[in-house]
Design a protein around this ligand. Structure first.
Ligand code: IVH
Length: 713
């Protein structure tokens, strides 16, 4: 078997195993065997870049290159559904349909209404070629690169399963509860704002500019509509069975009903049963099953006359507001938290709710002692949605005012122009800010120092051992009368001994405490495993690449993507420190807010000194020399325009990403060059000429990838 044949057969086999695993929940090989086949394929593909295929199972890993989403018109408009919370409206719908069909009998297909975001998938010859969000219904964002990372969406359909050459499927992209809860736990630990519900999380994720982030968040998808000229079929229900047989994930929980009673029974069942599903649902969708009958009924301007959504009412409870407390986060942002009398709501006891900011408190006109309505409409985090003003009385306290001073350190709070949040500006000595900054510094995406959780950090900061994250690199151990003491390297063994055993003679003077943390050694080895592991993790973090060191600094608004972009562009901390706001903003993806925040960070002596200490401790303060393969286009912003003969436009975009470049949709001063094919649009050509942006033809571009020469070399 040639390598080409082996690649093709591995791809086909892995597509099929993916389907068995993700769509049918019935894998037929072990995870280890799956990984082995995947490795073999990746290895062969690396040897044969000419056989690149964006739909290969290896491409689901995503890429960290930012994508600007292109807006693409929908072939068929993406309408919404009329919806109701009221069962009488369903009877009226049923009656309208019956009347519209001249009293012919009809069936209604009842389905779960999945609570995510709708997606349109286009397949040509069994391959996924494009995925669009709903957008404004007429045109949506091209999120193909992100959708390719969702394991339950087939990239390649089962051969010989009878799919038509060209069709569109629609469905809902979701974040399963399990992924959602894990994501929010992670975000809480990093003090990032939590997603209120899986829908927001799925939508934020699908619009992420980094498809590796999408991959890591484990989205899922259910499909519920088939469209295409000449393939409409006769029944929606049967179309869904066809979709399933071609390899799509279609919900098993749908039912063809021929009476209104059956429809209500379906609703009654799922009103409670839905709580044990792995994904969020917010209602039931009713669709007339026969496609010819759907065509008879037609559409209004906004929605089909043959379908309606029934939404489950939101869980709501009334309870009493006892107090409002204020929490200070890593960035100094102060969040008001409502403390309420415990109340049962959708299966859990609720006693706290975030009030977000001062504006929300004002708009609710909250008073201590108020009876408040708390809702969890599919939202995992309870929200106060209103006040029962009729129950205000003598026992009601004062109107809730936002704190004026930091509850932790007493510093007066500030509110920056254009922002809803209040901040404690004391980032040098406000305890939760110090702890939060260290937590962020050691987090997985940043320095990845394992073994330092929230509690340990609180202990080390509380004891004075860590004054900021740079102190981590000054830690060493000193054996001390049967214990192992973790101290900073400015503490001598003698001083430590005095502090521990003769506090009166300690050079630190009365009451001043020498910072240390004691570990009990293992009686057999005389060492402490947890202490050794911590020091080893700290040591290893000196090799963490520069972009993550930049992220670890915790500069406001500089998240993972911005840190990577800045690191790739400027290549060293020194270059970033020296860059003007204009130079920072000239980088694609870096706006005025980020640029200003970076300038202010390096202008603050305490922050600049912190960075200097990290540099002295040997952390990576610059990017290594460019690697030849795979990053020929690093730092370049490229516009692809026109038609090509060797690869499709989409393939060129993927190639650009694979070689470290960035696709941008419109030409600007920041564009490095235009990959220009045949019939490039005249307005793009004119703009490129006006701005002096070079054009590169297909042959020169392929040569560039092969030789690794950038245009200016
Ligand atoms: S059918 C013409 N079926 O609900 C619209 N939609 O409010 C056809 N949704 O935008 C949509 N589950 O995102 C349909 N089983 C289901 C659904 C469903 C969720 C969403 C969809 C749509 C919204 C309508």
């Amino acid at each position: 078997m040639t390598d080409t044949e082996r690649i093709l057969s591995l791809r086909a086999a892995l597509h099929e195993h993916n389907r068995r695993y993700y769509v049918e929940n019935a894998p037929t090989i072990s995870d280890i065997e799956f990984d082995r086949l995947m490795h073999e394929l990746a290895h062969l593909e690396a040897l044969h870049p000419e056989l690149y295929d964006a739909n290969s199972p290896t491409q689901r890993v995503g890429s960290d290159i930012q994508t600007d989403f292109q807006q693409v018109p929908h072939k068929y408009p993406m309408l919404s559904l009329g919806n109701t919370y009221n069962r009488d409206d369903l009877s009226s719908f049923y009656e309208r349909v019956s009347q519209g069909l001249g009293r012919q009998p009809f069936d209604v297909c009842c389905e779960l209404k999945f609570d995510g975001l709708s997606i349109s998938l286009i397949y040509e010859d069994g391959c996924l070629v494009r995925a669009l969000t709903r957008g404004d219904g007429e045109k949506g964002d091209d999120v193909t690169a992100n959708v390719r990372t969702i394991s339950s969406i087939p990239l390649q359909l089962r051969p010989d399963s009878g799919y038509p050459p060209s069709f569109e499927v629609r469905g809902e992209v979701l974040m399963p509860w399990e992924s959602f809860e894990a994501l929010n736990l992670q975000r809480a630990a990093a003090e990032e704002p939590l997603f209120a519900n899986p829908r927001n999380a799925a939508s934020g994720t699908l619009k992420s500019k980094d498809s590796r982030v999408v991959r890591s968040r484990h989205l899922d998808a259910y499909l519920y509509a088939l469209l295409g000229d000449g393939i409409e079929g006769s029944s929606h229900y049967e179309n869904m069975q066809k979709l399933r047989s071609w390899g799509f994930r279609v919900s098993d929980d749908m039912c063809r009903c021929s009476t209104l009673q059956e429809i209500f029974a379906f609703i009654d069942h799922w009103d409670t049963a839905r709580h044990s599903l792995p994904v969020a649902t917010d209602g039931i969708v009713l669709k007339v099953d026969s496609i010819p009958q759907q065509q008879t009924l037609g559409f209004t301007a906004k929605s089909p006359r043959w379908a309606i959504a029934y939404k489950f009412p939101a869980a709501r409870a009334l309870t009493r507001l006892k107090d409002v407390t204020f929490q200070v986060g890593r960035t100094g942002a102060v969040t008001p938290v409502a403390q309420m009398e415990p109340v049962q709501l959708a299966g859990t006891v609720v006693q706290r709710a975030s009030l977000h900011n001062a504006d929300i408190i004002r708009s609710l006109n909250l008073h201590i002692g108020d009876y408040v309505y708390v809702e969890k409409a599919g939202e995992i985090i309870p929200q106060i949605v209103g006040v029962e003003v009729s129950r205000r009385g003598e026992n009601t306290g004062a109107a809730v005012c936002f704190a004026t001073h930091c509850p932790e350190c007493g510093t007066p709070l500030v509110r920056y122009e254009g922002e809803a949040a209040h901040y404690c500006p004391n980032d040098v000595s406000c305890p939760p800010q110090i702890k939060g900054k260290i937590e962020h510094f050691v987090s997985r995406d940043a320095m990845n120092i394992m073994g330092l959780g929230t509690e340990k950090i609180a202990e080390y900061v509380g004891s004075g051992l860590l004054r900021d994250a740079s102190d981590l690199y000054a830690l060493r151990t000193v054996p001390c009368d049967g214990y192992i003491a973790l101290v900073r390297d400015d503490v001598t063994a003698e001083a430590l001994h005095d502090a521990l055993f003769c506090p009166l003679f300690s050079a630190e003077g009365d009451g001043a405490r020498l910072p240390y943390v004691l570990f009990t050694p293992d009686s057999r080895t005389g060492r402490s495993l947890s202490c050794d592991n911590l020091l080893r993790a700290i040591e290893a973090s000196r090799q963490v690449p520069f972009d993550r060191v930049l992220l670890a600094l915790g500069i406001r608004f500089v998240g993972k993507v911005a840190a990577k972009t800045l690191a790739q562009h400027f290549r060293s901390m020194e270059a970033i420190r020296r860059a003007s706001a204009e130079e920072l903003q000239a980088v694609e993806g870096i706006g005025a807010t980020i640029a200003q925040s970076i300038r202010s960070y390096f202008a603050r002596p305490a922050d600049a000194a912190f960075v200097a200490r990290l540099a002295d401790y040997g952390l990576q303060m610059s990017m290594p020399e460019r690697e030849r393969r795979g990053s020929e286009l690093a730092g370049l912003s490229i516009v692809v325009s026109g038609t090509f003969s060797h690869h499709s436009r989409d393939e060129y975009k993927t190639l650009i990403e694979a070689h470290g470049g960035r696709n941008v949709s419109s030409i600007s001063k920041q564009t490095s060059f235009v990959l220009a094919g045949e019939r490039m649009g005249p307005s793009k050509l004119e703009k490129a000429q006006r701005l002096g942006i070079p054009l590169m033809d297909e042959a020169a571009f392929l040569n560039l990838l092969e030789q690794g020469k950038t245009p200016d070399e």
